[in-house]
Design a binder for this molecule. Structure first.
Ligand code: PAF
Length: 286
């Protein structure tokens, strides 16, 4: 089935007004890969109507980031949306989302300044602003985000709770290449040798997860050992952070923490910024 493609807010409002039953929404920046496919599939399973948006949001890119070279692959994206049974694809030009310079934006607060927010100042303000705008335009019952962007997911959940946005937020697990590399639209920037170094991110997370039985400090030590090698490799990994945090707040957990946690890592290989994470659970001491 071919989805209805809409480019303007007006066209979207018109098709939205005809939707009956439940609506699931998958916001994306395009350059769709198997991770996005799994989000659209999850949306399709639980809803009568599936809307996918494709919009590279300038507000969430820093001045030295890859906005201009961010991959744009609309024809292939539309094919994937059609193959997965999306009903509506919203592909607005920049002028539809930002008709003029926005003066009022979402402030991501202290949570937007830590971990990934410290490495990318302003990123979460821009991301939350466009997500809120899209939620207001699409008015879904449920919106689905990937667990790979774990802090993004936590911040969207927090925004929806704090600002009483009437939508359910659902998460979909990270999809990986057979060798462990987490799928990302940015992976296509990597040369073969850079990709070899980038594998250290998922290997570090696997080593950390393997050590979880010995507690949080052992997790960090095991993951750091893998990352240390990668920072000395050629080409090197430029590590931004490795953190073991509370999945809801992204604040560090204590060495005696019991319950859920996220081990999150980010770094740059060549000019490519990559992130990854793994959910962990620390049992109560008996
Ligand atoms: O995860 C993404 O692709 C983007 O951050 C999102 C949620 C579509 C907002 O631009």
């Amino acid at each position: 089935m071919t989805p209805i493609i809409v480019r303007t807010r007006e066209e979207l409002a018109e098709v939205r007004s005809e939707v009956k039953g439940t609506l699931a929404f998958v916001p994306t920046m395009g350059a769709l890969h198997e991770g996005h496919r799994s989000l659209i599939r999850q949306a399709r399973q639980g809803a009568d109507t599936v809307v996918v948006s494709i919009f590279v949001n300038p507000l969430q890119f820093g001045p030295d980031e890859d906005l201009d070279r961010y991959p744009r692959t609309l024809p292939a994206d539309l094919e994937m949306c059609a193959a997965e049974g999306a009903d509506i694809v919203f592909t607005p030009p920049r002028s539809e989302i930002y008709p003029d310079e926005p003066r009022v934006t979402v402030d991501s607060g202290p949570m937007g300044e830590i971990v990934e927010g410290a490495a990318r100042p302003g990123h979460f303000d821009g991301m939350l602003t466009v997500v809120l705008k899209l939620l207001n335009l699409v008015r879904p019952d449920v919106a689905i985000f990937g667990e790979k962007d774990a802090q993004q997911l936590a911040m969207i959940r927090r925004m929806v709770a704090d600002l009483n946005v009437p939508v359910e937020i659902a998460a979909a697990p990270t999809v990986r290449e057979p060798d462990g590399l987490a799928l990302s639209s940015r992976n296509r920037y990597l040369t073969d040798r850079e990709r070899g170094t980038a594998l250290a991110l998922s290997r570090a997370l696997a080593a950390g997860a393997h050590a979880a039985g010995a507690g949080p400090e052992a997790v960090l030590a095991a993951a750091n050992a893998v990352l240390d090698e990668a920072t000395a490799a050629d080409p090197p990994l430029h590590l931004d952070y490795l953190v073991l945090v509370d999945p809801a707040t992204f604040t560090p957990i204590t060495p005696s923490h019991a319950g859920r946690a996220v081990l999150a890592v980010a770094g740059r290989v060549g000019a490519t910024h990559l992130i990854d994470n793994v959910p962990l659970h620390f049992p109560e001491e008996s």
